[in-house]
Write a protein of this length. Structure first.
Length: 269
């Protein structure tokens, strides 16, 4: 095994990459419909997986055989919206949950013990939903970080206030070895881990806005080879195109799947 391959497989625990986004999950109302949509739109294949001791319906989305994301079925009894949620690696889920509560935010579910770790679902003070994860990460996590998603983006009321909140919760820019670095660039907060951009935070969201595009939320970006083809596939499968734009790095399209979950596809590698 060469040095690059060894490095890719060495990172297997949330302790090693604490504070960084480490996984993304879609909560959907119907597993088959979600798989049909994302299979057609993003070319994913799916493998059934077990989540916890009760065997909750869950599947892994695969791209070229590599795990990209998880899809779970939203409990019909929960009055919670579906959608894409990023999970952040933590060294201790209970301590992190306590820090979230201490800062007037919400831990909605957990921490719960699952087969290879412990997780919780939370919301920050502006209502943006995120998860925390303590335990094993997927194999070859460094490849996942590089390829899927491209990054996650917090659209929030005030990016600087949010950076203080998340920085205290996840120990960003701390004196701990291996923590995430925080920079302020062009009115955005940019989060890096080992030099790689893993998240961005920007201001301007409005908590009570009727338009979900404007409400505070964590938003997921996926790299695709052909944005226009992805847009057409989205329309064909009953989704919507919410926005299109050109950037210095290529084109982007913000989409909504057939159940209403929003995400953006980008031609940026």
């Amino acid at each position: 095994m060469d040095k690059k391959s060894a490095a890719a497989t060495a990172v297997t625990s949330s302790h090693d990459v604490f504070g960084a986004p480490c996984w993304i999950t879609l909560l959907a109302r119907n597993m088959k419909d979600a798989q049909d949509f994302y299979g057609a739109v993003l070319g994913w294949r799916f493998r059934r997986a077990r989540l916890g001791s009760e065997g909750t319906e869950f599947s892994l989305a695969l791209s070229d055989g590599a795990p990209v994301a998880g899809i779970g079925v939203l409990d019909a009894a929960l009055q919670a919206p579906g959608g894409w949620t990023p999970y952040f690696a933590v060294a201790n889920a209970d301590e992190t949950a306590a820090r979230i509560r201490e800062r007037s935010a919400t831990v909605a579910v957990g921490p719960l013990s699952l087969s290879v770790g412990r997780g919780a679902l939370a919301a920050d003070r502006d209502g943006a939903v995120f998860g925390i994860w303590e335990g094993e990460l997927i194999p070859d996590w460094l490849t996942w970080r590089k390829n899927a998603p491209a990054w996650v983006h917090l659209r929030t009321r005030n990016a600087f206030d949010a950076a203080i909140f998340y920085g205290e919760v996840f120990e960003w820019a701390s004196d701990k070895t291996g923590c995430c670095q925080v920079d302020y660039e062009e009115d955005e907060v940019v989060l890096r881990h080992e030099g790689h951009v893993v998240a961005r935070l920007s201001s301007g969201a409005a908590e009570a806005a009727p338009d979900p595009m404007i409400r505070p939320r964590w938003h997921v970006y996926f790299p695709v080879a052909d944005v226009e083809a992805t847009v057409q596939a989205t329309r064909h499968k009953g989704g919507q195109v919410l926005a299109r734009r050109s950037t210095d790095h290529g084109s982007e399209a913000t989409l909504r799947d057939a159940e209403g979950a929003m995400f953006t596809v980008t031609s940026r590698a």
